[in-house]
Design a protein. Structure first.
Length: 201
C-alpha cells in the first residue's frame, strides 16, 4: 500500500509539472499562478503546495525534467576515432530532441521566451550544471581532435568549444522561433555540418 501511495504521489507530481508547463507556455512565467496550475492539473492548490514550495520550486522542477533527454542522449565518446564527428553527432542529437520530445521543446521555449529573469528568477541567468558539463564535454572533445591533428591549425580548443556553445544556444532560439520551412529549422543540420567542417584541418 505504501508503494502504491508513493507511485500515486509521483504520478500527481508529474501531472502538475505537465500542467505547469502548459500554463507557463500559454501565460508566461510572470502571469502564472499556482491557482492556474492547480486548475489546469485538476487538483487543489494544496496538492500543488504539497509537491512544490512555491512557483520558483515548480519552475525548477519543470526545468530539471526537461534536462533528462539531454543527459541521456547528448554524449561525447572519449574513444571516438574522430572527435569532430562525435561533436557533430551530439549537436545533431540536440535538434532531434527538439523534434521528438515536445515536452522538452516547450520547456526550452519557456526558458527562452516566456520568462523574465528578475527577482526570484534572476539566478536562472547563470549557467546550469548541465550546460557547464556540456561545455566541458565540448572542450575535451576539441582537445582530443587537436591532439589527433584533426582540428584546423591555429585554433584554440577552449575558444572553439566556447564558440560552438554559443552557436548551439543561438541555433536553438532561432529554431524555436522559426516556421518549419525556414532556414534555421529546415536547415539546422546543414548549419551544424558546416559549423564543424569549418573547424577541420
Amino acid at each position: 500500500m505504501v508503494r502504491k501511495t508513493k507511485e500515486e504521489a509521483e504520478l500527481t507530481r508529474r501531472h502538475i509539472l505537465d500542467a505547469a508547463r502548459r500554463v507557463f507556455l500559454e501565460c508566461g512565467v510572470a502571469r502564472t499562478t499556482l491557482e492556474k496550475v492547480a486548475a489546469a492539473a485538476g487538483v487543489t492548490r494544496g496538492a500543488v503546495y504539497w509537491h512544490f514550495r512555491n512557483k520558483t520550486d515548480l519552475f525548477f522542477g519543470m526545468r530539471e525534467q526537461a534536462t533528462l533527454p539531454f543527459v541521456d542522449r547528448v554524449v561525447f565518446d572519449e574513444a571516438e576515432a574522430d572527435p569532430l564527428q562525435g561533436i557533430e553527432r551530439a549537436l545533431r542529437e540536440i535538434i532531434h530532441i527538439m523534434e521528438d520530445q515536445p515536452e522538452t521543446r516547450e520547456t526550452i521555449e519557456i526558458l527562452s521566451f516566456k520568462c523574465e529573469y528578475v527577482e526570484e528568477f534572476s539566478g536562472l541567468r547563470l549557467r546550469t550544471p548541465g550546460q557547464l558539463e556540456f561545455l566541458a564535454g565540448l572542450t575535451a572533445a576539441y582537445q582530443r581532435a587537436a591532439a589527433k591533428g584533426l582540428l584546423r591549425a591555429g585554433l584554440d580548443p577552449t575558444i572553439v568549444a566556447q564558440d560552438t556553445f554559443v552557436f548551439v544556444g543561438g541555433l536553438i532560439k532561432h529554431w524555436l522561433s522559426s516556421e518549419p520551412d525556414e532556414c534555421f529549422r529546415a536547415g539546422a543540420l546543414a548549419l551544424i555540418r558546416t559549423h564543424i567542417a569549418l573547424r577541420r584541418a
